[in-house]
Design a binder for this molecule. Structure first.
Ligand code: CAA
Length: 260
């Protein structure tokens, strides 16, 4: 049996997935990608999981990138397959998770590591976080969605600067440019992610799922985001959560959402 590289803990609806390969600063090899993908997939249908928090083991790194040693002798075909497989198996799956995924960025988030954080719906960074896409220093370019998701978050100019210099930015600069949503002291990172998760958990799970879908629609080729929003909005009116949310408001009580 293969070693477990993803540690998971479930605490009252919040599933924390910790990438645990500290000897390689949690670098994403094929096994980490496969195990993390499986963990995200099974969380989708687990009724006791409401929100997912993704972090790295130790205080030094969230994830230091794709595993350079694994692809160092790849040819063009293998390189293309690596990016395709990674995007299909993990990065797109994280972004399309029906349950919100919060990245708790605890140190280096480089290359594939920053790309993984960017595929999450929200990013909270510890004050020692260092983030960048250094792929060009290795003679490649970002392959796990970085050239697309970084400009979406920080704008084209800043993304070009980060990708072309390959340099790292610190947590405060990440906050200033919109790469991360919040910066907190390292020792408060997981508690802050948990607090945000609990805030999300007060809302209708069905509406959270639909909201994620509507936001992502605006970034899908050939889809009009406003039209997608109208459809998603309309569909919400047929859900049990909508009946419960509006009834609870009118009856001045807390809603008990079923997620249906
Ligand atoms: N792949 C494989 N191993 C890695 C790794 C990576 N991305 N990052 C770190 N490691 C390994 C190191 O090789 C080292 O292992 P050994 O002890 O066996 O030599 C161990 O982790 C500790 O790393 P360092 O000794 O380098 O630690 P440091 O504190 O001196 O430096 C660092 C930390 C600046 C993060 C440095 O490790 C580093 O630059 N790592 C690579 C970052 C990078 O280039 N990431 C992009 C990868 S390419 C990519 O992600 C492609 C894509 O988009 C699909």
């Amino acid at each position: 049996m293969s070693q477990s590289l993803i540690h998971s803990t479930l605490n009252e609806g919040v599933l924390t997935l910790t990438i645990s390969r500290p000897e390689a600063l949690n670098a994403l090899n094929a096994e980490v990608i496969s195990q993390l993908s499986d963990a995200i997939e099974s969380a989708q249908s687990a009724p006791d999981v409401r929100i997912i928090v993704l972090t790295g083991s130790g205080e030094k790194a969230f994830v230091a990138g794709a595993d350079i040693k694994e692809f160092a002798d790849f040819n063009a075909k293998q390189g293309k397959e690596l990016a395709q497989r990674g995007q299909d198996q993990l990065f797109n799956r994280v972004e399309r998770s029906t349950k919100p995924v919060i990245a708790a960025v605890n140190g280096f988030a480089l290359g594939g590591g920053l790309e993984l954080a960017m595929a999450c719906h929200v990013r909270i960074a510890s004050d020692n976080a260092r983030m960048g896409l250094p792929e060009v220093s290795l003679g490649v370019i970002p392959g796990y969605g970085g050239t697309q998701r970084l400009p979406q978050l920080v704008g084209k100019g800043k993304a070009m600067e980060m990708i072309l210099t390959g340099g790292m930015i610190n947590a405060e600069d990440g906050l200033a440019c919109g790469l991360v949503n919040a910066v907190v002291p390292t020792e408060e990172l997981l508690a802050t992610a948990d607090a945000m998760a609990r805030k999300m958990m007060k809302n209708s799970p069905r509406a959270l799922q639909t909201a994620i879908q509507a936001v992502l629609a605006g970034y899908e080729e050939g889809i009009n985001g406003f039209d997608a929003e109208i459809s998603c909005f309309g569909a919400s009116f047929e859900t049990e959560d909508f009946k419960e949310g509006t009834s609870a408001f009118i009856e001045k009580r807390k809603p008990q959402f079923s997620g249906k």
